[in-house]
Structures are given as structure tokens and as C-alpha cells.
Design a protein around this ligand. Sequence first.
Ligand SMILES: Nc1ncnc2c1ncn2[C@@H]1O[C@H](COP(=O)(O)OP(=O)(O)OP(=O)(O)O)[C@@H](O)[C@H]1O
Ligand SMILES: O=c1ccn([C@@H]2O[C@H](COP(=O)(O)O)[C@@H](O)[C@H]2O)c(=O)[nH]1
Length: 247
Amino acid sequence: MAHSRDKKYKRILLKLSGEELMGAEGFGIDPKVLDKMALEIGQLVGIGVQVGLVIGGGNLFRGAALNAAGLDRVTGDHMGMLATVMNALAMRDALERSNISSRVMSAIPMSGIVEHYDRRHAIRCLNAGEVVIFSAGTGNPFFTTDSAACLRGIEVEADIVLKATKVDGVYTADPMKVSDATKYDRLTYDKVLEDKLGVMDLTAICLCREHDMPVRVFRMNKSGALLNIVVGSNEGTLIEEGNTHAE
Ligand SMILES: Nc1ncnc2c1ncn2[C@@H]1O[C@H](COP(=O)(O)OP(=O)(O)OP(=O)(O)O)[C@@H](O)[C@H]1O
Ligand SMILES: O=c1ccn([C@@H]2O[C@H](COP(=O)(O)O)[C@@H](O)[C@H]2O)c(=O)[nH]1
């Protein structure tokens, strides 16, 4: 059982994969995935970790995919950002059902539905133990929620950005496409950029390098992985300044 003194991080920015919210379905939100993540986030809150959350929109809409299907790119990106607000509302609902105090802030003003993002207010809420869900990405087209997660993580002075995704770390190539790709235990921002490793968009990595924000990539549907990371285990891959190590 983890105790409050055991935790390695006081404040984290957790990025959840939108695509993973689909569960076994091809589109939309599987409430079972939300409930499982709410439970795992609750464990962190229980040991006193402050949690900022960004959720992707890939289970609903991505601007690039809508553009490929014929829509205007900026309109598609607006739809993608609105999709992240829907995911955020669903996650808040799941957190509240688990009695975890939470709120949604949006980069795009949406009066009557969610509050507008305000950094100082967000920090006050995090200090008060509320889970703050940052939605609508950066508020600008041509970005992703990975960039939004890194941006908000840096703004609220999180100790680390944790990217929970479909794969269990960063590989030499996309492990979904290249079967003999090998996993890194740890690697530098420069290595990710030089090798164009596609696990996160490169804008997000540049931002983290610029502000010395470490990023850990891990598998979202591995039960207990999140708590393990927060108490100091070596789950997934750590991206930070320093040396590169293969597993
Ligand atoms: N070198 C690599 N190492 C690991 N994964 C990689 C690599 N290159 C590409 N990928 C792919 O990147 C994907 C994760 O990125 P992406 O942000 O698109 O997914 P996501 O976390 O599900 O995001 P969203 O929230 O937008 O749904 C992995 O599923 C993996 O297939
Ligand atoms: O700052 C942002 C963040 C996101 N978008 C759009 O939303 C979708 C969904 O986000 P994912 O990171 O792909 O899950 C994204 O594809 C963009 O279309 C954005 O425009 N700006």
C-alpha cells in the first residue's frame, strides 16, 4: 500500500488517449474505460497527488482525418477541440460518481457548460485537491492535445507529463507497424526529434525540451501503471535531458 510520503511527484499532468476511451467500440466513449480511469486517478488523489488532466479527441474527431474526408482543416480542428470537451464532460461525470472532486476548464469560452481556462484559478483548484480537466486543447487549430498537455503541464508547474496511450512506451519505430521495433527505457528529447519518433507530436516535445519538462509514456489500459509511476516505478519510457537507454 502506497503512503503519502512514498509519492515521487506532487503534481502531475496526465494526458489520456481519446482513442483508448472507445474501449472495444469503433467510436465514442465506453463508460467502463472512464470508470476504470476514475478509479486509478482516485488512487493518486488518495495519496495526495495533484492531478491536471488533458484528454484527446481521437475517439470522436481529428481535424486531419476530417480534412482528408473533404472538410476544411480549421473547421475539422474546431470539431476536434469540441470533441475533447465532450470527453472532458464524460470524465468529470465518472470522477464525480467516484466522489472525486473535479472541474472542467476550456481553452474556448463556453459559458454555461464549462468554465474558461484561467491558470491561476487552475493552480488554486489543484492546490485544493481538485482534479482539473483542461479541455479544448490549446484553443487553436493545427495543434494536438499532446501539445496542450505539455503546455498546461508547464503552465501549472507540474512535475511531469504522463502520456497514457495505446502502446507501452517509445520504440525505435511505431510498434503497431514495425514488429521488430525495440523499446526505450529512457531517451532524450533530441533523440525523439532526430529520429522523428511519432509517439507524440514534435511540437510537444520541443516545448518540453525548452522548459525541461520530463514526459513518461506508458500503456493506458495497464491496471496499476499510473500509481506505479507516481510512486517511482520504471513503467514505460521516460523522455528527458540526459542519456538514451534501450530496454
Ligand atoms: N516510435 C514510436 N513509439 C511508440 N509509439 C509510436 C511510435 N511512432 C508512432 N507511434 C504511435 O503513436 C501512437 C500514440 O500517439 P497518439 O497521440 O496518436 O495516440 P493517442 O494517445 O491514442 O492520442 P489521442 O488522444 O489523440 O487519441 C501509438 O499508438 C503508436 O502506434
Ligand atoms: O490544441 C489543439 C488540440 C486539438 N485540436 C484538434 O482536436 C483533435 C483531437 O485532438 P488529438 O490530440 O488528435 O486527440 C486534433 O486532431 C485536432 O483536430 C486542435 O485543433 N488544437
